[in-house]
Design a protein around this ligand. Sequence first.
Ligand SMILES: *Cc1c(COP(=O)(O)O)cnc(C)c1O
Length: 485
Amino acid sequence: MEIKDEIVAALKILGDPVAEADPGPERWSSWIREVEAYSQTFLDLTRKGPAWWPTESGHVGPSFHLQEDAVPLAAIMEECRSRIDFRGLNPASGGHLGYIPGGGMPAAALGDLLAAVTNRYAGIHFANPGAVELEHFLVHWVADLFGLPSSAGGTLTSGGSIASLVAITAARDASGEPPSRWMDMVIYGTAHQHHCLDKALRIAGLGFSKRRDVPMDEGFRMRPDVLVAMIQEDMAEGLHPFLLLASAGTTDTGAVDPLHALADIAHAYGLWFHVDAAYGGFFRLLPEFDPVFAGLERADSIVADPHKGLFLPYGTGAVVVREIKHLLHSHAYEAAYMQDAYRDPETLSPADLSPELTRHFRGLRMYFSMKMNGLSVIRRLLKQKILLARWFYHAIREAGFETLMEPALSVVVFRWPARDEEVDQWNARLVDRVREDGRVFLSSTRIGGRVWIRLAVLSFRTTLEHLEATMEVLKRQRDLALSTH
Ligand SMILES: *Cc1c(COP(=O)(O)O)cnc(C)c1O
């Protein structure tokens, strides 16, 4: 008894930290109102403000600190305002036309808020069946969109990189080859495949496997004829061709590989056929691209990024595999402390399908956004981005710029045709000038070793006005550079 009384006394000294941490109805309402006001200001500036806010040069960055006493919400939001949200790139802006822009659909933010408040456990079916069923439903919607059979399944991840790791691991394990053979396994891709695939291969222990860059055609698509020749050569040398990495929308140019022809080859030679559709996948929602994506339904695994083509906030990727058993093979483990969760072995849990156990309930943001917007809005946004990229392609050519190719999806690659010895420097400088102007944000890349400027349209807020502004800035900066030359 004595010891229990001492403990009770010690508990009293703590005060009531639960009441301090759990705000109660009035404080919660006032927090939400303050966040609402902040988000209104942010959204207002995002709609009419720049895509790039200057970053202080030579500044090592602001210092954050923690202290013992609670800090009012207003002070923390002031830190967000002065130190976080108005420096550098605004990825929520319609003027974000670099890399692969994402979204930040406000409807999704409501799902995130509720997922954090309710804290559903989306890792294990036994714990929160509704959360897990919703994520399975969304994953199956993605698998159906890509035409995979009913044996398919998958999981929502933090993004395309982790989704790729899940797919690569499944491919490796499905090969049944022991590590002693991995050095002789051959992986085929192109020089334009996303670097996250090389990262995933390395993490999965395949960093020393043979990697072949298959040449591309004039549209930057993998050449099936050369692929066949390379596979046959490797087989003749006693190597084990095992994995084919295709792209449905490369980051550099938006090119979609000839998926049907590649699927034929993968099938004929027993290769696992992976398609990286992180950027391009959700253009599958537009029937006009049926011919472009034909063959996607024959993939063994596909990665798509809802935080790109479904305009969701960052932190939403997806991987689907043709046979769900391959994900279970790689990821289903049992642990004694989890025994209560195994009562219903028929029910799949996300924890058995990826490296994650406890995880964000990311399905809720996806569901909120897709339900509150309706598929029609998402389809029209995607169609709008395609049309805007085509508009820009014609406008930039009319202005005398050189283009690499007709846009396959919503990426346009172009440059100013300066004299050969200075064309790289010229265009790199032009991108810097456009960023300094701030209204829009473009990025550059190297193709065939030369600098090209990329414009990628996939922010849901991008409209014709942003592209008109881009043309205006590009022409002005070009004229300034030409006149001072
Ligand atoms: C963005 C992208 C990735 C990587 O996905 P993250 O979500 O950034 O991890 C992979 N492949 C392609 C083609 C991409 O555009």
